[in-house]
Design a binder for this molecule. Sequence first.
Ligand code: ADP
Length: 672
Amino acid sequence: MQRTMCVRSRVQCVSWILTNAIRLGLFLFCLGNTAACLAAEPARVLLLIGADPSQPAVFVQIHGIRRALDAGLPGDAEVYLDSIDGFRFGDAHLAQEFLALLQKKYQGQHIDLVIVMGTHAADFALAYRTMIWPGTPVLFSSVTDSWVRQHALPPGIAVLPFPTDIGKTIAIAQALQPQARRLIVVGGVTDVDKEMVDRVVSTVSSERGRWTTVERWEGLGVDELQRRLAGLGKDDAVLYATIYRDRDGHRYFPYQLLQPMVRASRAPIYGWYSTYLDGGITAGGVYDLAENGVNTGKAAVAILKNGGKFTGVALPPMPVRCVANVTELERFGLSAANLPKDCELINLPPSIFHEYRGTMLAMLGVLLAQAVTIIALVTQRRRRCSAEAEATARGNELARAARFATAGELSASIAHEVGQPLGAILSNADAAELLVTSPHIDVEELQDILSDVKRDALRANDVVQRLRALLQKQSIVFAPIPLDATLKGSLPLLEPEARRRTIRIEAQFGAGDLEVMGDHVQLQQVLLNLAMNAMDAMHETAPEDRVLTLVTRQDGEGVEIVVADRGSGFLVGSAEQLFEPFYTTKPHGMGLGLSIVRSIVDAHHGHVDAALRSGGGAQIVVWLPLVQGRHRTAATAATADHAAAASAGEGSQRDEAHARRAPGAAGERFSS
Ligand code: ADP
């Protein structure tokens, strides 16, 4: 015929040769590289399902197969599906019609692999596969091991094992309910239903377990089932096989009956299909049907990539896993501790965090914000404290520097004050020298001279010591100190300066033994600063009016120090300004004396005020709190005032005695 064609048309002949050469080339290429050919042509896979594909147990497997095919094949697989639904409709009486339908449907269609699921489909495929899909490899999945044992499978069929390990579910029931003696096996009336119940019963009896009673509840309708289940107790265990049909002819998918059963049952229900977990079974040795679908799909991919051959393709059996439903365990008071270690627990009560996530996150946020705020405040406080400590240290240094400045101002009078006793000592030494060289030594006179020398030396030493105490660097120590004694300690430094300036000091130390909590050097500095300012203010006052008044007295819970003068005073309304740092009206003033006084007084928890005096001059009043519990009543105050006056009198007498021995000093000194 070709010869005739070639004779008819040389062009047609060449075209025929080229077309067939290309076909031959493609065929040879495909022989050597199946995967590449699969990439070019989508694999055609037929799923022959024995049950209804919408049944969850079937649906999840189909979904798993599709997922594995899509993931494992280079191009999209074309998947066809035919369902026999033999569980509900039976298959034998429809087989011929179904065969005719499928033959017609797949005539001329190339199918790369047929996946057969379930025993109904397996029966059909075993009988008719070569009449519908001749030469096409067939993979059986979800076919019970007993079915496989009963059938001799010819080449061209591979089986993914689905061994039903009912014993594992029974063992789990025994572990959870060690006291249970009655086992109830629930099933339907279809062949598959009965076969399942048979298998359970034979498994239980072969295991020589401790069940004293094994009951078969087969073909019961929903109402009857619920009624019976409601009558069970904690010594009963229920194994649910399958109910595809009850004895009244009602058809079901097995999972559909589970929820009403679980609701009614007073005993735990066990099962072995993963889809039963959604129905609420208590536990079981469970086959994950979705996983079985994925494994089937993977095996299908391997077979297709292997050119449709089974050799070398892994066909692993379905694993069985212990799964327990915590909600049901709790309902029946069963302990999960009795389960195998690797048992998976589902329906765990949500953790507190899970349940109150929003609230807890909000609380965490608030706590976090609080923590951040607290840290910030603590840090801020620490910084403030260290800044305060720093400021205090600087303030103390400044105060000390100011004491040096005051000492500088006092230096002339202090030199004079020290020089005066030294001069007296010298005179007394001369007198003593003369006395010891005279033929008749007046021992009494000599003793007087020596005692004067000693007194003058002590006096000079006293001034030097007080100056040293004022100037030496020492840390500030707050302790209860007697105010009057402390302030009197600075008089030996003031008095010479007052004399030099022709100023009379009038002191009324009325605080007696009252104590304030303070540092004695700083309080002496307060008095020195105020007294020096007062003396400065009286620069232009007539000499006879130059009086510096120093008063201490109790005032409520505190004690007042008043330093008053008859000087120039200050501008009305500027009292507060005097205490500002660097405010000065003096040509060589620094403006720090009063601001240091205020900071010292503040540190002693007191206050200081300036006021103009009637009759001219100014007075500065310092108030300091007394040490708690150390203030006096009015009576004790009067006694103390008297003591102060007496003490002042003693001072005058001492000075007069001194004036007798050292006359040079007498005219320049003022009693205090
Ligand atoms: P400084 O003595 O170096 O001027 P102070 O801070 O001690 O610094 O005093 C500030 C100012 O307050 C003085 O310059 C003076 O004008 C005023 N002042 C202080 N004490 C008196 C006083 N007793 N009478 C009048 N003015 C005073």
